[in-house]
Design a protein around this ligand. Structure first.
Ligand SMILES: [Mg+2]
Length: 263
């Protein structure tokens, strides 16, 4: 596919900078970032993940010109203390948790209860198998995450998670991340829905979106003219993003380029 070939363009190439300038100038644009693997390096203990200081300061500077948002797989409360700055918007659980959406209490309760059967199985009949396989279950309310980065045998851990989901994952959307499998209500919003929500809420249609993982691909796939989509790390040929950054180590550099384009 052409879109996949296009992802080989480096975000910081002359072409990338030119496109970035067109999206960011004149401000304001909407800047949306995933957290783990995008702003913060992936670490063995997910609880140790933090945005580097240079990244936090650069995002704070960008907030003077643009609307800055985080759309993360983590719960909103979890990510807030890891950012080192306070963005304009934070959406959690892959876009399903939106604190600004005050109308949605009933819908959220519905999405949360869709996970009840799976939750019960994790605490009950499947608890021992998950524990033995070294799978850590994280309940984010609107999604369940099965982490197996620290398992001795990741292949086995993954097969245990798949078995659990085959038995108790009916009516759920499941998707893989980096050493993690996520499950959430099938009709819950995904990250692409979350970005659309932010576009509608802010009235800003020029968008920069950066992400590193499978669950960021729906955003890349739904990109429109006037968007700058960046896949961070990994194999850019596997992504529908238009542009590519080598990894989180280049993020501060990318944000500095964004800042230059904004003045
Ligand atoms: Mg990520």
């Amino acid at each position: 596919m052409n879109t996949h070939a296009a992802a080989r363009l480096a975000a910081l190439s002359p072409q990338g900078r030119q496109h970035l300038q067109a999206v960011l100038h004149p401000p304001p644009a909407l800047l949306v970032f995933d957290f783990d693997g995008t702003l913060a390096p992936i670490v063995a203990q997910p609880d140790a993940a933090r945005a580097p200081l240079a990244v936090a300061r650069a995002l704070e500077a960008l907030m003077q010109h643009h609307v800055v948002a985080i759309v993360t797989g983590r719960a909103v409360d979890d990510v807030a203390g890891r950012l080192g700055f306070v963005p304009h918007h934070v959406l959690g659980s892959h876009g399903a948790e939106d604190p600004a959406d005050v109308q949605s209490a009933e819908r959220i309760a519905h999405h949360r209860s869709a996970l009840d059967e799976l939750r019960a199985a994790c605490d009950g009949s499947w608890a021992a198998s998950l524990g033995d396989a070294g799978v850590q279950v994280e309940d984010k309310g609107l999604s369940l995450a099965f982490h197996y980065r620290l398992s001795r045998d990741r292949q086995h851990a993954l097969s245990v998670v798949r078995g659990l989901l085959a038995e108790h994952g009916g009516g759920l959307r499941t998707f893989d991340g980096k050493c993690v499998v996520n499950a959430m209500a099938d009709e819950a919003p995904d990250k692409a829905d979350a970005v659309e929500t932010l576009v509608a809420r802010t009235g800003i249609s020029r968008v920069v979106f950066a992400g590193d993982d499978v669950n960021d691909e729906p955003v890349f796939e739904r990109r429109r003219p006037g968007w700058f989509t960046v896949k961070v790390g990994g194999d850019p040929r596997q992504s529908a993003a238009e542009f590519h950054l080598g990894g989180t180590a280049e993020m501060a550099l990318f944000l500095a380029a964004c800042l230059r384009c904004s003045r």
